[in-house]
Write a protein that binds this ligand. Structure first.
Ligand SMILES: [Zn+2]
Length: 251
């Protein structure tokens, strides 16, 4: 059976002398592992299209549970990501996070949106138009929101207050508490969240793709945002990633 789909290469492993396996995050089938015969030869017609982070149209043959590349047509290689070690490290973390979350949660409804999220994030990362820490926050927090790990940021989870001079956010249960309804202590799990950080988190988790990246943040706000999305991701995914550790080490 021949299948045609658009997708981004998010992983590759060598196999045999000239062959490789690639993990492709596709619009229609989520993540598929595809065998690319001769894909490591520089003169292979599929060489660029099956390189890490390339976005291409793939035509694959499905035999049993396995996929074999038939042909490919390249759209964008995001080649310049490879020329900047920090950008490459961050893109590698995105790929690893995506692979882990999409394989574990199987959210077939939102592949198209997640693919757009990935493509836009890689585009802005390569272009250098956005602070790369902002792109990290946007990608991880929106990805989690899309796969069903969206926190309740609409208002206080007890009285529904949309805003309050002092709001508390519980990272573990993903709920907001206004100061009147909050009975616990701010400690490791619960933090005080200011209005601008809350509004940035609402924007990232809920806004349409066409305005998602139109967000301006001060350095201080970005710091807050990074702290929260990093901790939220760790708390809900329950593991760290080698690529993330590496990115943090070189940042
Ligand atoms: Zn309340």
């Amino acid at each position: 059976m021949l299948l045609t789909t658009m997708g981004v290469v998010i992983g590759e492993r060598v196999y045999g002398e000239n062959d490789k396996f690639v993990d492709i995050f596709t619009k229609d089938y989520g993540i598929i592992e595809v065998t690319v015969k001769g894909g490591r030869k520089l003169n292979s017609k599929n060489y660029a299209a099956t390189s890490l982070f390339s976005y291409s149209k793939f035509c694959v043959r499905k035999r049993g549970e396995r996929y074999y590349l038939n042909s490919s047509e390249i759209e964008n290689t995001f080649y310049n990501l490879r020329l900047d070690i920090k950008k490459l490290a961050l893109a590698s973390y995105f790929a690893e996070l995506l692979k882990y979350t999409v394989l574990s949660y199987d959210s077939d409804e939102s592949y198209e949106f997640i693919l757009k999220l990935l493509l836009n994030t890689l585009y802005y990362l390569e272009k250098g138009s956005h602070n790369i820490m902002l792109l990290k926050s946007i990608f991880e927090f929106r990805l989690l929101s899309e796969i069903g790990l969206i926190p309740n940021l609409i208002g206080c989870s007890v009285c529904n207050a949309y805003s309050h001079s002092k709001m508390h956010f519980n990272i573990q249960d993903g709920k907001l508490y206004c100061d009147n309804c909050f009975s616990g202590n701010d400690g490791y799990n619960t933090i005080i969240i200011n209005e601008s950080t809350l509004s940035a988190l609402r924007h990232i988790s809920l806004s349409d793709m066409n305005v998602l990246f139109n967000i301006k943040v001060s350095d201080k706000l970005l710091d807050e945002l990074n702290k929260i999305t990093d901790r939220y991701t760790y708390a809900h995914i329950n593991r760290s990633f080698k690529t993330l550790e590496y990115f943090k080490n070189i940042s």
